[in-house]
Design a protein around this ligand. Structure first.
Ligand SMILES: [Zn+2]
Length: 396
């Protein structure tokens, strides 16, 4: 048995008074977070040790004595805030370790929060019913259950996004039978900007560009915001307007990657992609905007979690030399970013650079000891390349 983890998100409609209560709880959460962080820093300076769960609980009790307002918070929510502080610290130490290993990461201390926009009930204090959820300290909040949940509900989160809309999320766990492969073809996948993805069987998934209409809307909202006086009421309104437009575009993008990942895991039994490319390329400032827009991180995450139930396996591989290697003979040579075609100086192979990379990605996954052996991968893929491919996915 495998435990599958899944989250369900719904749009929520708290009443006016519930919104006030939620905002107040978030305000208390922010204060508690900052107090715990301050205390942890003090503790770290004095003892050189990180704070334990026991320390945190002791501090929370002290804060409650000094400031009875914190008694208005649900105990489990307090616990979650303490966990968030601990997590911030753990990530801080992880980054320091990575720096020592020579990785280029910033290792700043965990920061104080200027606001908290979500509340998490990690175990109890909430009960979902048909179209409402009863939440401790808040009441019955209405939401639109557009699909049923399957599995055991573990945690509940309510959040306010920038456009002032409310969303609730349930995380669930479900037991599942171990993976059976669906017997479909295996594939390497090169992620890019021109094509969102190029597959080693020549399938191309075009990158859905922002429509001129969307770009116009964003520019208009940005212009309006910059014209408003700082701190004014109208500036706040313009900010919300801009957030609404961006969130709308993000939802469209999300829809595209949901559909595309669904189609892929149902068309193939094995998908290999370049793991680190995603993290590396966002650092490139010229392309950063477009890449963030291309949202590869979410795409591969969706692929992974949809793969299980579709009988598909998704594997991230090291991107080293996937672009520079000839997929025909294994020769390694440099190729400029502007060169769209890989022309091998050793065997003369002439092949689209993304297609070449995707074949190498599959080979890398195979050689790395996944379910396909490296030897079996190469010849089979070469044969596939000759066939003409298909194009599916979003519109340009
Ligand atoms: Zn070659």
């Amino acid at each position: 048995m495998v435990i599958l983890k899944k989250t369900y998100q719904y749009r929520a409609y708290p009443s006016q008074s519930q919104k006030l209560a939620l905002n107040h709880q978030m305000y208390l959460s922010k204060r508690l977070y900052n107090l715990l962080l301050e205390q942890s820093q003090k503790n770290f300076k004095e003892t050189g040790k990180t704070s334990t769960k026991y320390d945190m609980n002791r501090w929370i009790t002290e804060f409650k004595k000094k400031n009875p307002e914190f008694n208005e918070m649900y105990a489990q929510v307090c616990q979650n805030i303490a966990d968030r502080v601990s997590k911030g610290y753990k990530n801080f130490f992880r980054r320091i370790k990575e720096r020592k290993q020579g990785k280029k990461v910033r290792a700043g201390f965990p920061r104080f929060k200027s606001y908290v926009s979500s509340l998490t009930y990690p175990q109890s204090g909430f009960k979902p019913e048909k179209n409402k959820v009863s939440v401790s300290k808040i009441g019955n909040i209405n939401f639109v259950k557009h699909r049923e949940m399957e599995g055991r509900i573990k945690t509940f989160t309510i959040k306010k996004i920038k456009s002032q809309e409310w969303y609730i999320t349930f995380s669930v766990e479900k037991e599942d039978t171990p993976l059976h492969t669906n017997g479909k073809p295996i594939i390497g996948m090169d992620l890019g900007l021109k094509e969102y993805a190029t597959l080693s069987d020549r399938t191309r998934i075009p990158n859905p560009r922002l429509s001129n209409k969307s770009i116009g809307k964003i520019k208009m909202a940005q212009r309006r915001l910059s014209n408003k006086k700082k701190g004014g009421r109208n500036r706040k309104k313009a900010k919300i307007r801009l957030a609404k437009v961006s969130e709308h575009i993000a939802r469209q993008r999300d829809d595209f990657i949901h559909k595309t990942s669904y189609r892929l895991v149902n068309s193939y039994s094995f998908i290999a992609y370049e793991e680190l490319k995603i993290a590396n390329m966002v650092k490139n400032h010229n392309l950063a905007r477009q890449i963030t827009d291309a949202s590869w991180g979410n795409f591969t995450r969706y692929l992974c979690y949809k793969a299980e139930s579709a009988g598909c396996r998704v594997v991230g591989v090291n991107p080293k030399n996937t672009t520079r290697t000839c997929s025909g003979c294994g020769n390694i040579q440099d190729i400029e970013l502007s060169e769209r075609t890989y022309l091998c100086r050793n065997c003369g192979l002439e092949i689209d650079r993304d297609l070449n990379a995707s074949i190498n990605i599959l080979a890398t996954a195979g050689l790395a000891g996944s379910n396909a052996s490296g030897d079996a991968v190469r010849p089979q893929q070469k044969a596939n390349v000759v066939e003409s491919g298909t194009t599916f996915g979003g519109s340009r």
